[in-house]
Design a protein around this ligand. Structure first.
Ligand code: PLP
Length: 394
């Protein structure tokens, strides 16, 4: 019997389909705001200069490709910790330990699987979220409890998050985007993080913080505020980190999982579960990208170069956001809130017909949700984009 024939057709990835549509559009002035990678003012997604230099060094100095173990390159994992948890106390007195994972996705998969092993049955997630959060929960058989992430005015919905935490039950964990919320770009303010950290601590639920865009919002330190605030307030937490955006390593799959344990002595037991789950999933993370990041972080000049490249990316996205905000009320939508949002993404409340008109009439491509990648905008195309928005929403 043909067992595999029993499988049901799965929907195609909408963003990949969008790339195909964009590629087949012959118009020279078409604009791609779909796929979630950074782009320069020339529309490129280049390899960071600091990464190129580190890769060169890696090729010259690496003397073995023997297995490292399920935890990957611990030099990489530890070198990153002061950036994530702060220079002052990066291990929180020995209560934090980490391991390397295949990207932020691998880290999330591991975090949610480990939470499930520990007895978590439900994940509280803001809506909308990055779709893979729900997909991982569905695959692992974890229930998802959704609350509204943002209001129509482009601000966070604090009442919704307060309500969700108030209703939390034993066995719940809560997933929060550390910064640069995907897909809305709408982040909690520092005061809101202070409150959320307190609510989570009072309720005693397990926080899982997804930090996939550190440095792309307001700066490396600024973007870690919420995470550090939560870490300082709770006994236990999991952090899922991605280096794929802030080092431009996307396809090399570089990430880390960090666990804050209630007591230092509890860490080996917890990490043994993380390692066992890694072995059962991918055995060991890919080495190359993590090793390149380690070489950057171990070298003062390369670190400076990397941070300068990251600053340029952030500044360019800020500039595009300011230009959108300056357009203010445009046709039937107000672009002002986009100026105060963070990271690669924002949502413009287009109707499905307007999304289609942006494509057909103006050659502007982005997801059906109205999520735009602001890094797809440039000095050369932003005026055209704003005019197109005015036209289709008029
Ligand atoms: N978390 C969020 C919110 C994301 O947007 C992404 C990537 O788009 C990830 C995690 C995973 O990143 P990666 O697996 O590419 O490192």
């Amino acid at each position: 019997p043909a067992m595999l024939n029993n499988l049901q057709q799965q929907p195609a990835d909408a963003l990949l389909a969008l790339i195909k549509l964009h590629n087949s559009d012959p118009r020279a002035d078409k604009i791609d705001l779909g796929v979630g990678v950074y782009r320069t003012g020339d529309g490129e997604t280049p390899v960071f200069g600091a990464i190129k230099a580190a890769e060169k060094k890696l090729v010259e100095t690496q003397d073995s490709k023997a297995y490292l173990g399920p935890e990957g390159d611990m030099g990489f994992v530890e070198a990153l910790m002061p950036y994530v948890f702060g220079q002052a106390n990066p291990t929180q007195d020995g209560r934090i330990e980490g391991m390397q994972t295949p990207g932020g996705t691998g880290s999330l998969r591991l975090a949610i699987a480990m939470a499930k092993r520990a007895g978590v049955t439900r994940l509280i997630v803001g809506k909308p979220s990055w779709p893979n959060h729900n997909q991982i929960c569905a695959d692992l058989g974890l229930e998802v409890f959704e609350f509204g992430h943002a209001n129509a005015d482009g601000k966070t919905d604090m009442d919704a998050v307060r309500g969700a935490i108030a209703q939390a039950q034993p066995g719940d964990a809560i997933l929060l985007h550390g910064c640069c919320h995907n897909p809305t770009g709408i982040d909690y303010s520092n005061a809101e993080w202070d409150e959320i950290a307190g609510l989570i601590a009072d309720k005693g639920i397990l926080p899982i913080i997804d930090l996939a865009y550190q440095g792309l919002g307001n700066g490396m330190e600024e973007d870690a505020y919420g995470l550090r605030r939560v870490i300082a307030s709770v006994p236990e937490a999991i952090v899922c980190y991605s280096c794929d955006k802030n080092f431009g390593l996307y396809r090399d799959r570089v990430g880390a999982l960090y666990v804050l344990a209630a007591e230092k002595d509890g860490l080996p037991k917890i990490m043994s579960n993380a390692h066992a789950l890694a072995r059962a999933n991918w055995s060991q993370p890919p080495d190359h990208g993590g090793a390149a990041v380690r070489l950057i972080l171990e070298d003062e000049a390369l670190t400076k170069q990397w941070l300068a490249e990251l600053d340029d990316m952030r500044d360019r996205m800020r500039l595009m956001r300011e230009k959108l905000a300056a357009a203010g009320k445009t046709g039937g939508v107000d672009l002002t809130p986009i100026g105060g949002q963070n990271g690669l993404f924002s949502i413009i409340p287009f109707t499905p017909e307007q999304v289609q008109a942006m494509r057909d009439k103006h050659g502007v491509y982005f997801a059906g949700s109205g999520r735009i990648n602001v890094a797809g905008l440039t000095e050369g195309n932003i005026e055209k984009f704003i005019a197109a928005v005015a036209d289709v929403t008029a």
